[in-house]
Design a protein around this ligand. Structure first.
Ligand SMILES: CCCCCC/C=C\CC(=O)SCCNC(=O)CCNC(=O)[C@H](O)C(C)(C)COP(=O)(O)OP(=O)(O)OC[C@H]1O[C@@H](n2cnc3c(N)ncnc32)[C@H](O)[C@@H]1OP(=O)(O)O
Length: 303
């Protein structure tokens, strides 16, 4: 797809050599825990562990950025690289996205990447966030989110861009776009993704209230597709993957593109404006104060 190649080019342009070199095992593989055939050889990077199973054509991609998988610039970059590697390997048809950190799927944007940072860094960071969303939302692979922990804001962006979502039935694992509670707002392309998933009225209310839905409510509003006991999340995600992979890839990919291209194109057409809007908004003194206060509150919670 022309769009995919455009996104691919943008991803390469985004990557910085050191992000590739720092502590990564990209290109190197290591035996997966428990051994197994050469289809089970793991690869990935410092913050993303990929457990591919060539026999099934399914890879499990684990976010591994403790303590809460905050979306640092490095994690964003490594997620795009790992996904691109799997998309370019025709062995693979599906990816299960999950967390290697206990209790948390992904805590959203790494607030230290935008608090007290200069506009140039905020711009680079936001481009990486756009890139990850474009890469996942338009992926030719089947993406299943196995949500095994809390999934606020940017974590919910990742889950929303997958084809379906399985959430562990733990009331502490809430999911939603809570940006307004931090004094910020979701960008239009995130609003669009929410509306595409749970509808306009539900999105309008949830976005304004910054709702974080516990599992039962997330299921009821349509934000997730299944809620299962915590120890069944991965197996349920695999079963769901099998259901999707039963469909011929080409027809499914064309249909996914038909459903999602208009939403993605809206960002692609105004990507620079979206970046400028993000930078001018988050660099405002009032927003910086609000974000710093929020971070401080998070840090005090441990006390
Ligand atoms: C035009 C403007 C566009 C705006 C962009 C809109 C798109 C996305 C917005 C976002 O994603 S903003 C981030 C929103 N995220 C949150 O609100 C989640 C905040 N975190 C939590 O609620 C909890 O940490 C948790 C995820 C439920 C996990 O709780 P737990 O008790 O397990 O861990 P904590 O003790 O709270 O945290 C551990 C450690 O991590 C730090 N931390 C947590 N979240 C973040 C984060 N998002 N960014 C940076 N750091 C984070 C937390 O402060 C603790 O740090 P230390 O005290 O250990 O130093």
């Amino acid at each position: 797809m022309a769009l995919a190649s455009g996104v691919r080019f943008a991803a390469r342009a985004l990557l910085r050599p050191w992000a590739l070199l720092r502590g990564t095992t990209l290109g190197r593989t290591e035996p997966a825990a428990g051994g197994g055939g050469d289809g089970a050889r793991r690869f990935g990077s410092q913050r993303v562990l990929v457990e591919p199973d060539a026999a099934s054509g399914v890879a499990v991609m684990k976010l591994r950025n403790p303590p809460v998988n905050a979306l640092s610039l490095e994690l964003l970059t490594e997620l795009v690289i790992s996904l691109e590697k799997l998309e370019n390997d025709k062995t693979f048809r599906g990816v299960i996205l999950t967390s290697d950190c206990p209790r948390v799927f992904c805590a959203g944007l790494d607030l230290t990447e935008i608090c007290g940072r200069n506009p140039a860094h905020c711009a680079e960071y936001w481009k990486a966030m756009q890139e990850l969303w474009l890469r996942t939302y338009l992926s030719s692979l089947v993406l299943v989110a196995a949500i095994n922990g809390a999934c606020p804001a940017g974590g919910c962006i990742i889950a929303l861009s997958c084809d379906c979502r399985v959430l562990a039935d733990n009331p502490k694992y809430r999911i939603g776009l809570n940006e307004t509670l931090l004094g910020i707002i979701a960008p239009f392309w995130l609003k669009d993704t929410y509306v595409n998933t749970i509808g306009h009225r539900a999105s309008e209310q949830a976005l304004q209230l910054g709702s974080l839905f516990p599992p039962a409510e997330a299921l009821q509003v349509g934000l997730v597709d299944q809620v299962v006991p915590e120890d069944q999340v991965q197996s349920t995600a695999l079963s769901e993957m099998a259901r999707w992979l039963a469909v011929p890839d080409h027809a499914r990919q064309l249909t996914k593109n038909m459903m999602r291209k208009a939403t993605a194109d809206r960002l692609l057409r105004q990507r620079d404006a979206d970046t400028q809007n993000f930078v001018s908004f988050v660099c405002r003194d009032s927003i910086q104060k609000s974000l710093q206060a929020y971070l401080e509150k998070l840090r005090q919670r441990k006390g």
